[in-house]
Design a protein around this ligand. Sequence first.
Ligand code: ZN
Length: 182
Amino acid sequence: MIKHLNILDEKDKILRNKNEIVTFPLDKKEKKLMYDMLKYLHNSQIEEIAEKYNLRPGMGLAGPQVGINKRFFVICHEEQEKVFKNYIVINPTIISHSEEKIYVDGGEGCLSVNRDVEGIIPRYARITISYFDELGNPKKIRAREELAVTFQHEIDHLNGILFTDRIDKDEPYKDIENMRPL
Ligand code: ZN
């Protein structure tokens, strides 16, 4: 069975609210929601399931997108063909990042933004993040390329920022020559 999540649209004010620090231990309901979110992302990236249930493929989903104004998100990353790695990321902090910037060629997507958006979003090519997992264990990850972009996109959600905010309105492809396409 597939579990449909109520993912909020970009117009929803909840996406713009302040998000609170998560306290440990998580309650059962919070943990279940995180696992459901991961399951949803995983399903959305499997073509046959996505088609059957009309799911838009997504790699990441943050608390505020499902109506929870707390500082957490989940990522389901296809590391190799059909090999997925799940991340539950709670109270993240960016420790360091590369000078080099990249952008997603063809534009970023977001499960809360249901329209085509023109333009590029500058992102760091590599970042190091510290966070906690669902058991409250401290973790650290060095992410690069697509995964680094996803972490930055999701951290933005925790600060009430959508990728569309980061596109220059007058010049949607501004500084493209200073960045590497992904
Ligand atoms: Zn998003």
